[in-house]
Design a protein around this ligand. Structure first.
Ligand code: GLU
Length: 497
């Protein structure tokens, strides 16, 4: 289904500050943001902190930091205010109290004085009788005047009086009408004994006050949606357009866990993912635009439709994300990629490497590695040898594999040939290649066999950016010193053998 709504949408991201924002929650934010931008509307960030026992200190900052890192700017929100401020539910209690009072006055709600022990016993009895749990409506029978008098001095909650008959229909943009028999709903709490609202009350009150047009949220809220609809109706508020979308599953089904790469957004940032890649990837996890995979942000804004997200739960495919991140990295203009690499290396290189880092060096090796990394975190192992004053010679056995197995003397001799061939060569990648290919051919060696020795000697690693370009960057003196050291090590290994 596509969205019939034509005007600018007001869409909100309404996280509870209960910890690090995870990918499922962030996908809600991405979809809401894209839809707001798609329609030329507004994106709001509202903090839903009415369950104060679950609040994790610092999470509001982490949520906002995640949104900022992703480049999801908001028009109104907890930190910047806006025409319907405040955007933090714990600061909006008066509005919930007023709404609850209106519902009490109209007879759509009543105070409930049942002690927690009674409710516990009721739940146990219902379980034992295999009935669905729910409030039995005992306090519904108290005369309103008596209830109001008792409420002045006795601890109580406020419950919504769900009609005993009939059915409630919720229009969901993805599903069409969802019909629920009212007798299956119990009289649920809207105001707790601490005078904080439940989500069931706070959502209709705030989304009305903030002129929200579309409520996009996880489908774990679908069973509660009829309750919300009843409150909207009882308060005389127009209902928003609901979009209940399925959660993201782990590969093979089941709940997404860390093991499957479902980290918090800021961990993705630490691991060297690009915000654009994350936005693209999460957006197409559960929504699609033909067979397109790489859809840049400005294009997503044009084509994203909140009414077209899939009802089939999507799975989190970390390999796809890594691949996409590699594409985004490669597509960056070279200077921008070099900036990302520089920022990453400022953080990853040991403190002994002088700061600020040499930008000319980074500009020189950036083209050599751009095809070889999917994540910025993979840059350091590829380039650290450029920063080492001297690369320690790896143990002889690392050289003596495959063709060189058990042949330390031959390996040393071949390095000697390479060193001789470099004598007087102009230190450019082209000249180095000509000289060393010539040396291999002259000595009857496979080029790969000789180059693997040189690579390990110069860089200390078996896998590196292209050899000759790397040698050109490292420079003649360090390269020759490392080649001599490796030759000597292999000679003494040969003597020792
Ligand atoms: N605070 C709710 C949650 O974090 C938000 C649900 C909604 O978007 O309405 O699950």
């Amino acid at each position: 289904m596509t969205t019939p709504f034509a005007g600018p949408a007001r869409v909100r991201f309404a996280p509870s500050p209960t910890g690090e924002p995870h990918v499922g929650s962030i996908r809600q934010a991405i979809w809401a943001w894209l839809y707001a931008r798609h329609t030329g509307g507004q994106f709001l960030v509202r903090i839903e902190d009415t369950d104060q026992s679950r609040e994790v200190p610092g999470s509001i900052e982490r949520i906002l930091e995640s949104l900022r890192w992703l480049g999801l700017d908001w028009d109104e929100g907890a930190d910047i205010g806006g025409p319907y401020a405040p955007y933090v539910q714990s600061q909006r209690l008066e509005g919930y109290h007023a709404a609850a009072q209106r519902l009490l006055d109209s007879g759509d709600a009543y105070p409930c004085f049942c002690a927690p022990e009674r409710l516990d016993a009721l739940r146990k009895q219902q379980q034992a009788e295999r009935r669905s749990p729910g409030y039995d409506g005992m306090c519904r029978a108290i005369a309103p005047a008596d209830a109001a008098a008792r409420a002045r001095s006795e601890p109580h909650v406020v419950r919504f009086k769900v009609p005993r008959e009939g059915a409630t229909t919720v229009e969901d943009l993805l599903r069409g009408p969802v019909v629920v028999e009212n007798r299956t709903l119990d009289d649920f709490v809207i105001l707790k004994s601490d005078r904080f609202p439940t989500y069931h009350l706070a959502h209709p009150v705030d989304d009305t006050a903030m002129r929200i047009t579309h409520v996009t949220r996880g489908d774990e809220w679908l069973p509660s949606a009829p309750r919300h609809a009843l409150i909207f109706d009882a308060l005389g508020y127009p209902r928003p357009i609901y979009v209940h979308n399925p959660i993201i599953l782990a590969p093979g089904g089941g709940k997404l866990s860390k093991r499957h790469g479902a980290k918090s957004v800021l961990e993705f940032a630490d691991d060297g993912y690009l915000p654009d890649a994350i936005v693209n990837f999460l957006c197409i996890t559960g929504w699609g635009h033909g067979d397109d995979t790489i859809i840049p942000r400005h294009e997503l804004i044009k084509v994203f439709d909140i009414g077209a997200v899939s009802l089939a739960p999507a799975t989190f495919d970390i390999d796809k994300l890594n691949w996409m991140n590699g594409v985004y990295l490669r597509n960056l203009p070279e200077a921008e990629l070099a900036e990302h690499i520089a920022a990453r290396l400022e953080h990853d290189l040991p403190i002994e490497v002088p700061r600020p880092l040499d930008r000319a060096l980074i500009a020189a090796f950036t083209p050599l590695i751009r095809e070889r990394v999917q994540l910025l975190a993979e840059v350091l192992p590829l380039v650290e040898f450029f920063y080492a004053m001297d690369v320690p010679t790896p143990p002889a056995e690392e050289f003596l594999t495959r063709r060189w197995k058990g042949r330390a003397a031959d390996a040393a001799g071949s390095l000697g040939i390479a060193i001789a061939a470099l004598d007087g060569v102009a230190w450019t990648s082209e000249a180095l290649e000509v000289a060393l290919r010539g040396a291999a051919e002259g000595a009857g060696l496979a080029v790969g066999d000789l180059f693997s020795l040189i690579r390990l000697a110069v860089t200390g690693k078996a896998v590196t950016p292209p050899l000759f370009e790397s040698m050109a960057i490292v420079g003649a003196a360090p390269c020759l010193a490392r080649l001599h050291a490796a030759e000597a090590a292999l000679r003494s290994a040969a003597v020792g053998a």
